[in-house]
Design a protein around this ligand. Structure first.
Ligand SMILES: Nc1nc2c(c(=O)[nH]1)N[C@H]1C(S)=C(S)[C@@H](COP(=O)(O)O)O[C@H]1N2
Ligand SMILES: [Mo]
Length: 431
């Protein structure tokens, strides 16, 4: 004989057992939570985060080929030649990536706060579709936190991760993008409905707001505490947090005394010579840190060009070639940037000297060993009339920290490829 509830017995018992096993979950009782606030924060992130992702992916293309950043297999974007014009292009894309990424952190945290009742539910999933939906949320939350933490650590004083950072942050960005697309597809109608449920204008005029939110939403507290802050106040707090972050970061892209205000980003504030002189601008790696033997940059230094033939030039011979002066930015992948006036020999003149007037690429070698030992430039970067092997900056010889005897500066080239302490340049006529 079968029992009448045979079909339901097992699941019902399972639910009861799960209910009994319910861990002591926190109760969320703020009356501010509800579809409207969550949707508003969601909308801001839906506009802002794709900009952070796209500028990040563009920076990756600008950066060029391995070894830094490391190979990422099938996730590699189709490479294209990063433009050389406008000269501030990388300054803009990377500055936006880092600044906007930081400014959105308070909003990401507020959004997570606003959906907290949905993040900790028991049982974790009630059906297969529910489980799938929750898996995308888990990936979304996990990847955004991962991107924030790795990004913030990387722009602090030193590379915390070595060069594993670039691959990790990049793969994390793709995980986030996939999860975001799924999340938007699933939640867009809810977001639109949530936004329509209140008027932003009315909310901004309301000094206190109680809990009169949609009682059907599982974001809304069932036993709310009295409000201690209005929705207007909450928005001011979140927006104020973002403004504060912006105010303490934006200095890293400004030249002059305002640079000192970038308190959250010490790397962009560290200058080599704090003397107000021509070489007093941010330095990435100092000469001492490079580990280069000082004798290697002294009178024994020669620039070695190769191409159709080999040419060796000492610094006096380089200085005797036609010199060009141009204002170009150094824009670091960590987000700081500066514009300086550089003087030196055009790379295309050096290419001609090496017997390769129409190179398809150039490989620049540094005296320094390690990840900066060589950097490849594409034809457009070599042939641009503003692309220089700089000997001087702001009218003075380069300081050891900024790459003496000679360094590369190329319009729109990421700072990381503007090799300092150059020793060799190989001009290639075939790829
Ligand atoms: N040889 C060498 N070149 C280098 C670096 C380096 O560490 N070693 N740092 C690069 C990075 S990441 C940046 S942002 C710029 C910074 O130039 P600066 O230190 O003169 O401001 O130099 C680039 N050239
Ligand atoms: Mo950099």
């Amino acid at each position: 004989m079968t029992r009448p509830d045979a079909g339901y017995g097992r699941p019902a018992r399972l639910w009861r057992a799960l209910d009994r096993a319910r861990p002591p979950l926190p109760r969320f009782r703020s009356p501010l939570r509800g579809p409207w606030l969550t949707s508003l924060l969601g909308l801001v992130l839906l506009v802002g985060l794709p900009i952070v992702v796209v500028t990040g992916l563009l920076d990756r293309v600008a950066y060029g080929a391995a070894p830094i950043p490391a190979d990422v297999g099938f996730l590699q974007l189709p490479p294209f030649d990063w433009p050389t014009s406008p000269a501030w292009l990388f300054r803009l894309t990377q500055g936006t990536h880092v600044l906007l990424g930081l400014v959105l952190v308070p909003i990401v945290l507020a959004k997570l706060w606003s959906v907290a009742p949905k993040l900790v539910v028991w049982p974790p999933a009630r059906s297969v579709t529910d489980a799938l939906e929750r898996a995308t949320v888990l990936l979304l939350v996990g990847s955004i936190l991962f991107e924030v933490v790795t990004g913030v650590l990387n722009i602090q004083y030193d590379y915390v991760f070595g060069f594993g950072f670039y691959a990790a942050h990049y793969v994390g960005a793709w995980v986030f993008t996939g999860a975001l697309v799924a999340h938007v597809v699933l939640k867009l109608p809810l977001m639109v409905r949530g936004l329509r449920s209140r008027s932003l204008r009315a909310e901004l005029r309301t000094p206190t707001s109680g809990s009169e939110d949609d009682p059907d939403s599982d974001l809304v507290a069932t036993d709310p505490r009295p409000a201690t802050i209005s929705r207007r106040g909450a928005l001011a707090l979140i927006g104020g947090g973002s403004l504060l972050v912006a105010g303490l970061s934006v200095g890293q892209v400004l030249d002059g005394p305002l640079r000192g205000t970038a308190l959250l980003l010490p790397r962009g504030r560290t200058t080599a010579a704090a003397d107000g002189g021509p070489n007093d601008f941010p330095v990435n790696r100092t000469f001492v840190a490079s580990g280069i033997d000082p004798a290697a940059t002294g009178s024994a230094w020669r620039l070695e060009l190769s191409g159709a033939g080999a040419v060796r030039l000492d610094r006096a011979a380089l200085a005797a070639l036609a010199q060009h002066t141009v204002a170009l930015p150094i824009a670091c992948v960590e987000g700081w940037s500066t514009e300086q006036s550089w003087t030196g020999v055009r790379l295309r003149d050096l290419a001609a000297l090496a017997g390769v007037p129409e190179p398809v690429a150039a490989v620049v070698g540094s005296i320094e060993q390690g990840p900066f030992a060589r950097a490849e430039l594409h034809a457009g970067q070599v042939l641009h009339p503003d692309s220089l092997l700089a000997l001087r900056v702001n009218g003075a010889d380069l300081s050891p920290d900024h790459g003496f005897p000679a360094r590369v500066v190329v319009p729109a080239l990421p700072g990381v490829r503007c090799t300092k302490w150059v020793r060799t340049i190989e001009f290639r006529s075939v790829r």
